[in-house]
Design a protein around this ligand. Structure first.
Ligand code: FES
Ligand code: FES
Length: 868
């Protein structure tokens, strides 16, 4: 396989997918496949051997392509996802779609390869053999349940030589319609930004400060510019417009690059951008740029940042408090004084990392005389357009953004990370450029789930009726504003839980530090405060002499009650039904924990929040145009089913377009569990317009080119208001979950009852909940994002992400209220975040039930899952 023609002219010849392929360099197999052979179904998720997205078959055995250099593969036969037989492709496409095993899809080709590696030697594997075979593959979306089902079904179809069944589905709500993007994601043919090559494309990488807090004294790029591949080195001086970006328009505090003379704020800060003709030489060129720093002591905790005399992290602020929230109803002190039982506990939760499978990547290029075309894999093309235009000092419509597949986001791709750097380089050099973060950069750069320190006091009467609660929440919001303010708000608005109280008093502070920014992450502050509230409820139940399930059932809000934030509970709320659905599971278990919680759909609290949709008739099909980013949740499928329901047409009539600022109207960010309800409603409204035309007898062929528009924007009240019953959010989903422990002290079973209103697609919804549960299990038991003096110490492989062989059996039940409020989005409510929130408190509750020891810190340190 290797032909040696002298040391300098080594050739490496491999058999890939049955064909001889040659390479002149002894490079990583993954680079050879993706860069040289353009076999992009094999994904680059970490290049650290830790994620499995790069799996290929080497002599029939699943192997990670990022580990081996070509010289190690002498005489081997390689099969990539593209090289599977047509029968194998057909079967896996069918089974992964049928079982709902595909969400963002970035991990799926790797799983298919690992499955085939197993089936090559064991055509009839057991559940645990399958889990063992895929334990080197991480999926952050699905919780593995449906992936295992897909592999089981594939094995059966191969064994029995079953033809691919023809699926007939009318796409209506409530049907297990197979996801429209399942096949392309299973076979790796769907396009993520890093899969794209533009002719003449240059490569850009940022030089980032090694110190969380340091003054940049000088940047000397003269040696770097002598490198034959170096096309340019850009600094803050090259930013033509505003050097500050920020996801929230009114707080743009994040430097595109740190200027000479300024002070860095965290280890993700860029000081320069290096542009190379070749990706391989980026590191060499970066090493030639000399940056002088004066290292300064970082502020690594809220205590340090709030200490008297602490330096300000942002010069233009009075201190290091980014945001302060107070939510008061009634006199909590007075009520607590008169309460029979009161508990006060301190809770501590760490930063955690999204660990989405696809590292951030953007491509930008000149577009006409004075514009830029940006390919993005973010959570909102319109936010990116606005921020990039501001950075360049040009009109927004000069930035044309096209969205591509997003390999998971969970909130971590709301802030820009690469898009602005790509746009700036393309603008300055007038050339197409790609910016791709390494996995380690990705860990350093994008915002995390906030670490919080919380003191919660909760009271109840002698029967266990809750009376009042008080909380102080200190949130470490890191170096930049990101979404630290809204996250703190949500921590407060939901902190008391979905229960009835006479009085509440929550106060919170988001404190700037030199740690990576805290930002949006599935749950948005509520994962943290639910952990505190729910544990306090267990302690009160014990004092009263009732069970944790009973105290929740006694206090659970019903339609017509008011939530702790004052909002009247709507008729379509089914928390009580959810609790009742897990009652037997709880009571029949030897050792069990329970938790119930809620989560909003939509931004709420008076923030303008609008979704839009255009349906246009093109070549006899209905094109649905919305900018709602699919980050794995299945937006195109949601939209298709909403349209099929409204228009009574078959799914074949629907074409869902990808987000594009020139084609799709602004549907807002994919955040706050809002898109199914908000964009779903906008689609329904646009479809109703079209439906009217069809109902009066107009033929589709007579409407060629015609557009139908729908939009939805609910009215909500600001957090601080003088209304007795304010409307804080457009809707809420509710959940109750039970965790049982086995003899080995591991989780024996996880039972979850969810009220998400009208379920659009049961399989997809179940899959999202299972994925959320596993993410919540990681939060409870294993995940931690390690920092030392604000320097990132974690790698992808040490984050503590759970693997397929660590997942307990799960049962998901759907409950709903009598009145679904069907007028609005057919009664659909969001599920994305709610899927994660009750998990950690239920697990902590189970361990408390086991040994009476309160776990007030995450991850739990003394469970069988704990890592050294
Ligand atoms: S890219 Fe190879 S294991 Fe992650
Ligand atoms: S579908 Fe597995 S990581 Fe998204």
């Amino acid at each position: 396989m290797t032909t040696q023609e002298g040391e300098d002219s080594m050739m490496y010849t491999l058999k890939v997918n049955g064909k001889e392929e040659t390479c002149e360099k002894n490079k990583k197999l993954l680079d050879f496949l993706r860069e040289d052979l353009r076999l992009t179904g094999t994904k680059d998720g970490c290049k650290q051997g830790a994620c499995g997205t790069c799996s290929v078959l080497v002599d029939g055995k699943s192997t990670k392509a990022c580990i081996f250099n070509l010289e190690k593969l002498l005489g081997k036969e390689l099969i990539t996802i593209e090289g599977l037989s047509q029968r194998q492709k057909d079967v896996y496409s069918y089974t992964f779609a049928k079982t709902g095993a595909v969400q963002c899809g970035f991990c799926i080709p790797g799983f298919v390869i690992s499955a085939q590696g197993l089936l090559n030697v064991n055509p009839n594997p057991t559940d645990s053999q399958i889990r063992n075979a895929i334990k080197g593959n991480i999926c952050r979306c699905t919780g593995y349940v449906k992936i295992v089902e897909a592999i089981e079904l594939a094995a059966k179809m191969f064994r029995e030589d079953t033809p691919i069944p023809k699926e007939i589905c009318n796409g209506k709500l409530g049907e297990d319609f197979m996801r429209v993007d399942a096949v392309e994601k299973t076979l790796g043919t769907g396009i993520f930004v890093d899969d794209i090559v533009v002719p003449g494309m240059l490569h850009v990488s940022a030089i980032r400060t090694p110190y969380p807090r340091a003054k940049v004294l000088a940047i000397d790029s003269s040696e770097a510019l002598k490198h034959p591949d170096c096309v340019g080195v850009l600094t803050a001086e090259d930013v033509p417009g505003n050097n500050k970006i920020g996801h929230l328009e009114f707080i743009s505090d994040w430097d595109v690059m740190i200027r000479v003379g300024d002070i860095t704020r965290y280890v993700g800060d860029a000081v320069a951008l290096v542009v190379s003709k070749n990706k391989e030489t980026l590191d060499e060129i970066k090493a030639l740029v000399k940056v002088d720093y004066q290292e300064l002591e970082p502020l690594s905790s809220p205590e340090a940042a709030m200490a008297v005399g602490a330096p300000r992290i942002h010069e233009n602020r009075e201190g290091n408090i980014l945001a302060h929230e107070r939510l008061v109803r009634g006199d909590a002190d007075e009520v607590l004084k008169n309460s029979k039982y009161v508990v006060t506990q301190h809770y501590s939760v760490p930063f955690t990392e999204h660990a989405f499978m696809e590292p951030e990547c953007a491509i930008a290029m000149p577009d006409g005389e004075d514009g830029i075309l940006l390919y993005s894999g973010g959570q909102s093309i319109y936010d990116e357009q606005r921020e990039c235009a501001r950075m360049l000092g040009i009109e927004k419509d000069k930035i044309h953004v096209k969205g591509h597949l997003v390999g998971g986001g969970f909130g971590g791709k709301e802030d820009m990370s690469v898009q602005h750097h790509a746009v700036l380089a393309a603008w300055c050099l007038k050339k197409p450029v790609k910016v791709l973060l390494t996995r380690q950069e990705s860990l350093m750069v994008h915002p995390k789930r906030h670490a919080m320190e919380m003191e919660f006091t909760t009271g109840c009467d002698e029967h266990g009726h809750l009376t009042a609660m008080k909380a102080t929440i200190i949130s470490d919001t890191g170096a930049y504003a990101s979404l630290g303010g809204p996250v703190l708000q949500r921590a407060c608005t939901h902190g008391a839980g979905p229960y009835r109280y006479q009085a509440i008093d929550l106060k919170g502070f988001a404190v700037l530090t030199n740690n990576p920014p805290g930002g949006a992450f599935r749950g948005f502050g509520v994962d943290q405060t639910s952990f505190a509230t729910e544990n306090n409820l267990n302690l009160l139940a014990e004092m009263v002499g009732i069970t944790p399930w009973e105290i929740r059932r006694k206090n659970a809000v019903k339609p017509g009650d008011s939530l702790p934030n004052g909002q009247i509970v709507s008729k379509n709320s089914a928390l009580v039904e959810a609790l009742e659905a897990v009652k037997e599971d709880y009571e029949n278990a030897k050792v069990a924990g329970v938790s119930s919680f809620f989560k909003n759909s939509g931004l709420g609290v008076g923030v303008p929040d609008i979704s839009r949709c255009i349906i246009s008739i093109e070549k006899g099909k209905m094109h649905i145009r919305s900018s709602a980013a699919c980050i794995g949740q299945g937006m195109a499928t949601v939209i298709t089913q909403m349209a099929c329901e409204t228009l009574a047409v078959s799914p074949e009539m629907i074409v869902v377009e990808m987000p594009d600022t020139k084609r799709t109207p602004n549907s807002g960010t994919t955040t706050a569990s809002r898109q199914s309800m908000f964009t779903g409603e906008a689609v329904r409204r646009a479809a109703m317009e079209l439906r009217y035309e069809l109902d009066i007898g107009r033929a589709l062929s007579d409407m060629e080119g015609k557009e139908f528009y729908g939009e939805y924007m609910p009215d909500t009240d600001p957090l601080v208001n003088d209304k007795e019953y304010p409307v804080s959010h457009a809707g809420y989903g509710y959940a109750a979950v039970v965790v049982t422990l086995g003899e080995d002290k591991k989780i024996e079973k996880y039972i979850a009852a969810y009220d998400v209103g009208q379920v659009i697609n049961p399989k997809a919804c179940e899959g999202q909940i299972e994925g959320g549960i596993v993410m919540g299990m990681g939060y409870a038991l294993t995940e931690d994002f390690k920092l030392e003096n604000s320097v990132v110490k974690s790698k992808y492989g040490t984050l503590g992400l759970l693997k397929a062989n660590q997942i307990p059996p799960m049962e998901v039940k759907f409950v709903k209220a009598q009145d679904l409020h069907e007028g609005l989005a057919y009664g659909v409510k969001g599920v994305g975040e709610l899927a994660t929130i009750p998990t950690a408190p239920a697990i902590a509750g189970a361990y408390y039930a086991l040994d009476g020891k309160l776990r007030n810190k995450l991850p739990i340190e003394d469970s069988p899952y704990a890592r050294k």
